[in-house]
Design a protein around this ligand. Sequence first.
Ligand code: ARG
Ligand code: ZN
Length: 844
Amino acid sequence: ETVYLKDYKPFGYVVDSVHLTFDLAPNATRVTSRIAFSPNPEAEDRTFFLFGEKLKLIRATIDGKDITPEITPEGLTAAAPDAPFIWEAEVEIDPAGNTALEGLYMSNGMYCTQCEAEGFRKITYYPDRPDVMSVFTVRINGDLPVLLSNGNPTGQGEGWAEWHDPWPKPSYLFALVAGDLVATEDSFPTISGQEVALKLWVRPGDEHKTAFGMEALKKSMKWDEDSYGREYDLKVFNIVAVDDFNMGAMENKGLNIFNSSCVLASPDTSTDMNFERIEAIIAHEYFHNWTGDRITCRDWFQLCLKEGLTVFRDSQFTADMRSAPVKRIHDVIDLRTRQFPEDNGPLSHPVRPESFQEINNFYTATVYEKGAEVIGMLKRLVGDAAYAEALDLYFARHDGQACTIEDWLKVFEDVTGRDLTQFKRWYSQSGTPRVKVTEDWADGTYTLSFEQTTLPTPGQPEKLPQVLPIAVGLIGPNGDELLETTVLEMTEAKQSFSFDGLPARPVPSILRGFSAPVILERESTNSERAFLLAHDTDPFNRWEAGRALAQDTLLKMATGTTDPDADYLDGLRALMRDETLDPAYRALMLGLPGQAELAGLLADRGVTPDPMAIWQAVEHLRDAQAQALGPLLEELYEANQVTDPYQPDAEQSGKRALAGALLRLITRRDGGARASALYAAADNMTLTLTALSCLLQAGQGGAELAAFYDKWKDDRLVIDKWFMLQIAEAAPERAVSVAQALTEHPDFNWRNPNRFRAVFGALSANHAGFHDATGAGYQLLADWLIRLDPLNPQTTARMCTAFQTWKRYDPARQAKIAVELDRIATTPDLSRDTSEMISRIRGA
Ligand code: ARG
Ligand code: ZN
């Protein structure tokens, strides 16, 4: 059941070409395949095994002769010649009955596919593994106006279309879409002068939501040419929006398929955050054309090869399109919210895992986001020029191949002459390194000493030192920078670095730009943090200093009865007044660490977190912020109104983010008067939701919620927000009952992953609400996981992560969670996906 990296063996045959014919019918689609195989000289084992699941085999032939293969639920085995041969098979599948949304399925009358990671085997018998690459020709017969597949169109007529993809690809990049769709069309001239037809396909009625996605696509194509020298390589690029989709989006060659929530946008229906995310996801999928499609993964253990790199690339893109410091801060907040709990809990796994039961469970924040951090560190260590050279070599050397992390690191070794053996531990060791810092000052010499340790993680009791690029700057007592950002390369368990000739003892600014994904542990004082908040030249660390102040005061407040720290409130007031800081940055400064993050920090310090006490501490500090900023709130709120027509760009979004954060504080003082006024006046979704969430927080907004529902009841994506917001903004003691009531709402289409996540994602993110001492939150979630699992294992398994931090809490809560985990684990016929997740979470 468990697959291991160390067991990799190439497939016994190569696939020279693939021809597929689809005769579409909702419950009985025929798939006819004609595949040219020949023996693989690189392989020893010639077993002819083809993966295939939930397929009804009608007939199979080898070189035209009928055969009777041996069939199991996983696939078939046949006797094959030790010479080139033609395999032909006809199977029947049931797209309309496919609720798992993997393979070929139907969403709102439209046929679509999701093959990554192992969905193609639900379409036909095939060596469904990423190292088997081939050229695909596809014919679709179906009574639908639009019939799409990968590559270039080669012919079409009434009820049929043919496609040919000249670029060899693994089966996980196969895609097919058929339906009644309309396209927004545009074109892009590539750097060498090829005209590419761009089409963004949606269901009729959604056409007004495509303009932004199309612009994002063109920007992405241009950026990849300018920044990485990557040109697009087909005559057409198709994007399709699908309402029922397990993940965000998928980079199928020439035919990207998106969860409609990750591509459709309009000012009326989408928030600034939606726009920014959509721009990033369009870029991400587009960038996969080179980092994923042209160069793919040898096996699924290498997933970070394409995902870490592509996330890193899309972050660079967003930094270039918007504000680099703001993007960096957002990424670090996200890493601490999603990746740190994973890396430091029962689901901890290396960026390149060494075993799995169900690969879909490893599309994680560790593989994606920590994977991207690892590339950022590599770039910092070798420098920008060597990074660019290494990437050029990677593309030149490995185009058309299915590669490994070893191949990736080798291009850096070849370009720089560095030995990356130790650096490679970032791919094999799980857990977040903790770095303790101490310092010394004598005779003009300042010494920083670091000690790194990584706690044991599942399967890895012992850890070795990792290579840490630690970016530091030194600031003099009067606020001048004495040492500009310098990267210290730490390789030992303990290591010191000295700086001499300094006029006075400096204040260190350590881990600038969050140069390594570690937990920094350093004794500091609030006055020193306040000093950095005022003087640090590194925008990330300046924000971090404010964050540390807020965190310190919240942790004290959550465990005692201390008042909010004056240094923090004074520093905050000074920053809010600083007109040289852009509004987006000031909005981030008003932000507080999340309640789950605070719970994790307490647990780390050996204190059992009390979710209600944390909630109260945050409430108290919010009140204190409102109090401390006083009349400045209104003044800044007025100063940050956008008067120009709505644009989802960085500048306007920044102003709205700041004004929104201020309005939340104003609402604490005026009881909701201004928020009501804003709700009435709002002419875009960002302002509407800002106003509505302020009202809900103030215990109001009933009438507005009802009006909102009436206005938007026909827009699924907006109604997802309506579900989500009510649970997110519910006070802790109400959250579970609000969520429970919403599961009885006629619009709770729980088979739709977006709707399911709107409710249960919001519930599990309402920290004090989910961890309600009665255990009602745990029970409600478990009930619905048990209900969804037989239909959609992937979405169920993913939502199990809500329980991953359970060992942090008190024995009573742990006992209640254990009951639910057991109840899920003992459900008859539980999917492989969910049972793997639950058993890892339980630590069994
Ligand atoms: N490769 C896609 C992306 O990152 C994600 C697809 C994951 N799908 C899955 N079923 N695990 O853009
Ligand atoms: Zn990706």
